[in-house]
Every structure is written in C-alpha cells, then in structure tokens.
Design a protein around this ligand. Structure first.
Ligand code: ATP
Length: 291
C-alpha cells in the first residue's frame, strides 16, 4: 500500500479536574475524554525523496518541524530508519488552539497511517507508547472512545461508551493560551472541583441527564472571568435547549449536549446567527475504538 487517507477525530472533555501542581511544574489532572465525529483528514503518501513534507489548507499553520504531523512522521522515520520520504496533505477542520486536541489527533493519525503504509507491524499499544513522546493527549487520540485520563493526561483507563447524543461545538474568535490558563489557576481550598468519580459512574449508568448534571471543568474558573464570551456561548446553548454546555479543555471552544436532534439543529442555526462564535459545528458522540 502506498497512500492512505486517515480521519483524525477531535475530543471534548466531559470532565476536567486539576488535582495538584507537581514539583516539575506539570499539573496532575483527572479528565473524562470523549471522541466526537468532527475530524481533520490526512492523506499520507510515501515517495523516494527521503524528506518529510506537508501542506495544509490553513496558511497560518506551520508546515515544518513545529507541526505535530511532522514530529510524528520524523519519530517513526528515525526509529525505523525509513529511507523513503513521507508527504502529508492535512485538511484541517478541527478548530486550532481550541481545547479539542487538534494537533495531537493529527499526530495520532500520522502514526497510525505510517504504521500501515510502511508495514511497521506496531500494535495499538506500541503506537500509543510512541505517541506520548509527542504529547500527553496523543495516546488517547490513538485509542479513541470514552476514557479517564490521569497523570498529566497520559494514564488512560477505558470507560464504557458514552450515551450517543448530538453535540454542538462553538469556538469564539479569541485565542486562549493553555499556558496562561494553567499559570493563572488558583488551586486554593475554596476551589470547587468537579466530581470526576460521580461523572464516571453516570457514564457507566448511561444516563445523559446525570452526566450533564455532573459535567465540570475547573479551568473555566480562569477563562470565564478573562473571556466572558465563553459564558455567553454557554448561556446561548442552554437557552436553546442544551442539557448542559461547558468549555472543552483549556478552551475557548464550548460544547453543548442535546437530547433531541431537532433541538440541536435549532440551537446550531441560532448559534450561527448570533455572531458569538466564529466556528460552529453540529456533530455527535463517536464511540468506535481504533483497531
Ligand atoms: P489541546 O486540546 O491538546 O490543548 P489545542 O486544541 O488547544 O490542543 P492545537 O489545535 O493542537 O491546540 O494547536 C495548538 C498549537 O499547536 C497551534 O497554535 C499550532 O500552531 C500548533 N500546531 C502544531 N501542529 C498542529 C496541527 N497539526 N494542527 C493544529 N495546530 C498545530
């Protein structure tokens, strides 16, 4: 096989708690990760140039070693002494710098795709071991589905599949740096933490209403005061029938869960008309694990 087309799916966090700041500066987290059916598409091909090259529809993205696509390709090229070149066409649809693991899922797709086209014979677990060298979220993006992520996000426990429901995604036209969010997080005794164990129990029970009630993201305590548009988007989704709405990751993307497709479609149209968000997508929960 010479060429492959791979989907790179985005994630949302149904729950995100920060347990503590470690001495090495990393934050220990507990996150409930969920794949959604919103994706980039990567066309990966091999050639005889020996080089790693890429192009993308988003002109502001780096196409050099700063792109996680490049890093993933280089990692496998070096480890397996691959003499061939690799070219990746990245069709980018997942909002960038948005809390949806866009770069990580692209890297995961490259590892998966190169394993196929170069017949490397790596198992999913072996790909995940390579992935963590690129980023803490990459192993999860290789695995997909519903999972509890602990440690710095790399310690994964698979959970039963999340209840299927429509998911509305809205990203305002602001950039929020992940570093800013973590640097400004105050983990004092008055911090209200989401109950991640209860959320996991709700997922096991497959009760969308309980899941919605127990969703929580501790990083909103930093982003909402700094960027009130995030609260405006959440309010807008709630006013249009979401069972709950919350920021994903370190933001600024907000997602809303809905119990009826018709309500979600109405909320999607209203969000687009509101001008609150630059990118608006109506998508759904995706539960298939990668083989
Ligand atoms: P996370 O949810 O893991 O915090 P994110 O959604 O906040 O991720 P990304 O979309 O992965 O963030 O991108 C963050 C930065 O990484 C961008 O500003 C971009 O310059 C750089 N980057 C490198 N590779 C990619 C890629 N393949 N897609 C998007 N951004 C990339």
């Amino acid at each position: 096989m010479k060429d492959i087309s791979v989907k790179a799916l985005a994630k949302i966090n149904l729950g995100l708690d920060v347990v503590r700041k470690r001495e090495d500066g990393y934050h220990e987290v507990r996150m409930v990760m969920q794949t959604i059916h919103l994706f980039d598409r990567l066309e990966i091909s091999k050639n005889t140039s020996g080089e790693i090259t890429m192009e993308t529809n988003l002109s502001f993205l780096p196409t050099n070693e700063n792109n996680l696509v490049y890093k993933a390709a280089k990692l496998l090229q070096d480890e397996f002494a691959i003499k061939d070149g690799v070219h990746v066409w990245l069709h980018k649809y997942i909002p960038v710098a948005a809390g949806m693991a866009g770069g990580s899922t692209d890297a995961a797709a490259v590892l998966y795709g190169m394993n196929q086209i170069f017949d490397l014979g790596l198992t999913r677990e072996e790909l995940m071991e390579r992935g963590v060298k690129i980023g803490a979220d990459v192993p999860y993006c290789i695995m997909r589905g519903t999972a509890l992520a602990e440690g710095i996000g790399e310690k994964l426990s698979k959970l039963p599949p999340m209840v299927k429901c429509p998911v509305l995604i809205a990203k305002p036209q602001i950039s929020v740096s992940t570093k800013f969010v973590y640097d400004n997080l105050k983990l004092g005794s008055d911090m209200v933490h989401p109950d991640i164990d209860r959320l996991v129990a709700d997922i096991r029970e497959k009760d969308l209403y309980k899941i919605a009630a127990d969703m929580g993201n501790v990083l909103e305590t930093v982003t909402i005061p700094a960027y009130p548009v995030i609260a405006d988007i959440k309010d807008h989704m709630m006013e249009h029938g979401a069972v709950n709405a919350m920021m994903s990751g370190s933001g600024p993307t907000v997602f809303g869960l809905f119990d009826k497709e018709a309500t979600a479609v109405e909320a999607y149209e209203a969000m687009k008309a509101s001008g609150l968000a630059k990118q608006v997508y109506l998508t759904s929960i995706y539960n298939n694990a990668r083989k």
